[in-house]
Design a protein around this ligand. Sequence first.
Ligand code: M6R
Length: 610
Amino acid sequence: MCGIVGAVSERDVQGILLEGLRRLEYRGYDSAGMAVVNGSNQTQRAREVGKVAALADAVTAHPLEGHLGIAHTRWATHGVPSQVNAHPHMSGERLAIVHNGIIENYQELRDELKAEGFEFTSQTDTEVVAHLIEKHYRKLGKLYDAVKAAITRLRGAYALSVVHADEPDHMVVCREGSPLVVGVGIGENFIASDQLALLPVTDRFMFLEEGDIADIRRNSIEIHDREGTPVERDITRFEHGADSADKGEYRHFMLKEIYEQPKVIKATMEGRVTGSRVLEQALGTEAANLLDNVRHVQIIACGTSYHAGMVARYWIEELAGVPCSVEVASEFRYRKHVIQPDTLFLCISQSGETADTLAALRQAKKAGFRAALAICNVPGSSLVRESDLVIMTQAGPEIGVASTKAFTTQLTALLIFTLALARHNGLAEDKEAEIVKALHLVPGQVSDILALNAGIEEMSKAFMDKFHSLFLGRGSQFPVAMEGALKLKEISYIHAEAYPAGELKHGPLALVDSEMPVVTVAPNNDLVEKLKSNLEEVRARGGELFVFADKSAGVQEEEGIHVMQLPEVHEITAPIVYTVPLQLLSYHVAVLKGTDVDQPRNLAKSVTVE
Ligand code: M6R
């Protein structure tokens, strides 16, 4: 999705803006641009299609010098990726604007502004906002007042940053439905759609709330809320260290993030579990009261986070005996629901800014759910701020578009939550202790799997020339298979479908032949014998099997069956551990195919539009 950076400083801002854009590249984009107000009070602009590197070349050849500037990476929604559609957009020669989000009533505003004589050079919704602000500026003579007046006409979602050459000492920013953070410096201030963009220049951040409008100057930050009341927003410190957004020794962020999993799973457990118990106070002071009264759980999420929710359903129903429903946010938000009394609404999101998930949460809050719990990885995100209770995962910044460490830390947090809920619903103390002990073993087991990397890389060669694949699992391993299939399709572009293995004979078996690799996750559990029969069905049709199993599962390596032996794992924690080899498999297939592993085509890291 689009990214925004802005700076007002005593020093030249071009370098700050460029570095900020580079750090936003992971979000996915198709063009980039910047506008700087120079010493002669002129607004200069550069825009390029393609990578930020192309913009860097352009501004190296013709520098944009000045102390106030805004910049943007665009992910096309209205109008093709092109230079004229790239941001910043301008009205006349002096006002420039960058925008994240979608203006739903842009066509009506465009017609109106055209009739008033404004000329449009792009197909974007953003240019409409630029002209609308300029129109008010001509009447009101102050940028802040003009932005305030203009946004009353906007319907949709936006984070905006606006500069005007007549007011070269500040920018005006606002947000409604799209994230915006202010980076607090010393004698300089910054804004961005994501704090990662600003880590080289500050570690202190103020998250704007919905409806906020702010005047950002070198030495002051003035914020007003939707009602026009002056407000203070807390300053929080970024805790993960500036280098957490660097690849280090790794070839790709995705690989680095896969290898970070033992550490971040452990960090997600810290302070929340003892050797044998979950510390439910660590889930918040309200947790005990809430958990006592939960009779049903409704989980909402998208993509990988949805798969985490699917695993959690098995845990919640098995360990807590509480009915649990799971739905993708984009479906949930557009249908009528029958809400069971005392239903806990649980949102899962790495970014905390996914538009569909946020919309579902907002709807749920109005609809009468008992409370909203968020499992999220980004402190200060909209989801965190708008939920009643939050369990933060400790994955640290996840840059690769393909989610890896966010998923396994979500599962860790969800298991901790499940055990707390289960205790309120009669889970025996020794069972809780058994599972907590198993959870403590997970970081070590994940490290053991990482040590199998070379073998998994070898296995990946069999997928390189394939166009389709199937992923099978049963029980709580079915969502693991779904996650494995999602990873493979999003970064290698190989069509991958996941099925509960028992469904094979109801249709997908017709697809199986020697050109269709079948990946199976098969830890030893109550279902493994049934799963083995399903594998025989595949073999009998000439299918080639790639099986991840522990020794006691008893799956033998033979013609047509490749077995990767994994450590023995507790049945409950197995979904966390079995995910990791599938991440590595997809990674290596993508590297062999030469795709853009960290920024796969057409995808964005944080999906802030519907
Ligand atoms: O930030 P979120 O967890 O809400 O994001 C949800 C999905 O967009 C995300 O998990 C997506 O499916 C990933 N690219 C999967 O790797």
